[in-house]
Design a binder for this molecule. Structure first.
Ligand SMILES: *Cc1c(COP(=O)(O)O)cnc(C)c1O
Length: 386
């Protein structure tokens, strides 16, 4: 049996790299032509498989890649990625040698972190590239940009000091929006704070090659925030909005991931039978039930129990009873031809916003959900491989 056959025998995620390329081309056109295109491939490329996605994106001509952790960046390098890689998450300074040796550009949001990186770089005779993170209102990491002029001056001096630390090369400055998808006043305020920080540093004689602010929704909704680079995450994987998906979008993005399962058994059970743990569903009529070999250990949120529909033969089939660790059940009474071995679609572009809504979450979390047990199967140039 081939690895591909094995992957297609239970539950798998189909990742259409051709669609990823289509999305990249669509999104490139939304960005100011002079701005760089950064593709965010953190968290296993939002569940899509980091290495294969990164290779495809490199082939398609993106300018930068971003990860959340240094080990993710190291993995990219070990797999032949030569593009600049930005680590968005501030990292333990103990990883400084990896940043230097694997050419990972590191986000830095405070002086003590910067000092530790500088100390290492200087003692090892190496250089670490950094992007200064400015906290303009996300309140996560970054140099907090204050509102009164004296404090602004102090913060600017602190950033200036970091830029001049030996062994560090301060290539960029950036921020991250807290509410790009809802609060335009606050987003504009955050942008103005970043630009003000940039201007303070400029006054002191420090120019950054790359000043950036916008992630997916930021790029789409705030052209003024494009600056030198757009950071594309969820949109690249095919969703214009993390809540409504593409329902309200004219961009024509192609959702890249489809999760499928091969039905284990189709069973006819009498009215009155209860389904799954806790007996939360009772059949109201004689019914035909498909047993699907996917559960919460595969990334199907248990909160979708009795609260979701999978697609079988193109029709929506309600999930009956609790989602178990490794299995779930769906009602196929209306589809008499369904048999063991047929494919159920658990997640696609249409289902993702429903899964997000019913699970009380966002599409970001839904696409990150398929677990390590779910093999990723790639479609590239129309050909399928693992
Ligand atoms: C994850 C992340 C992104 C990408 O966000 P999307 O909403 O998926 O586009 C961009 N910038 C930073 C700093 C991030 O952490």
């Amino acid at each position: 049996m081939t690895d591909l056959e094995l992957a297609l025998s239970r539950t798998w995620a189909e990742i259409n790299l051709d669609d990823l390329a289509v999305n990249m081309r669509i999104l490139r056109k939304t960005l100011t032509p002079s701005a760089k295109f950064l593709a965010v491939v953190k968290a296993n490329a939002y569940g899509h498989g980091m290495i294969r996605c990164a290779k495809k994106l490199q082939e398609c001509g993106v300018d930068w890649l971003a990860v959340a952790t240094v080990p993710e960046g190291v993995e990219l390098r070990k797999n032949g990625i030569t593009l600049p890689v930005l680590c968005l998450g501030q990292a333990d300074p103990g990883l400084a040698s990896l940043m230097a040796d694997y050419r990972i550009t590191q986000a830095v949001g405070d002086s003590s972190n910067a000092k530790a990186l500088s100390d290492y770089a200087q003692s090892a005779g190496k250089v670490i590239s950094i992007h200064i993170k400015v906290d303009t209102g996300m309140s996560r990491t970054g140099f907090w940009w204050p509102s009164d002029p004296d404090s602004k001056d102090l913060t600017a001096r602190e950033i200036f000091g970091v830029c001049n630390m030996p062994g560090l090369y301060a290539e960029g400055m950036f921020t991250h929006f807290a509410a790009a998808d809802g609060d335009s006043d606050f987003t504009r305020l955050q942008l103005s704070r970043l630009l003000e920080a940039r201007d303070y540093l400029r006054e002191m004689g420090r120019e950054f090659e790359l000043v950036h602010a916008a992630a997916s929704v930021g790029v789409l909704d705030y052209p003024a925030a494009h600056l030198d680079m757009g950071r594309f995450g969820l949109v690249l994987y095919g969703y214009a909005s993390t809540e409504t998906g593409n329902e309200e979008s004219k961009l024509g993005l192609h959702p890249v991931m489809t999760v499928k399962s091969r039905i284990t058994a189709v069973r006819t059970l009498p009215a009155g039978t209860t389904i799954s743990y806790g007996r939360t569903y009772t059949l109201r009529r004689d019914s035909v039930i498909a047993v699907i070999p996917a559960g919460y250990a595969d990334g199907v949120h248990r909160v979708l129990s009795n609260n979701y529909g999978v697609k079988i033969h193109g029709a929506a089939c309600p999930v009956l009873g609790r989602v178990c660790m490794d299995m779930m059940m769906a009602d196929v009474t209306a589809l008499p031809s369904v048999k063991a071995g047929d494919v159920a679609v658990l997640l696609d572009g249409e289902l993702a916003p429903i899964a997000a809504k019913n699970a009380g979450t966002i599409i970001h979390e839904i696409v990150c959900s398929p677990s390590a047990r779910v093999p990723r199967v790639y479609i590239d140039g129309g050909k399928m491989s693992v």
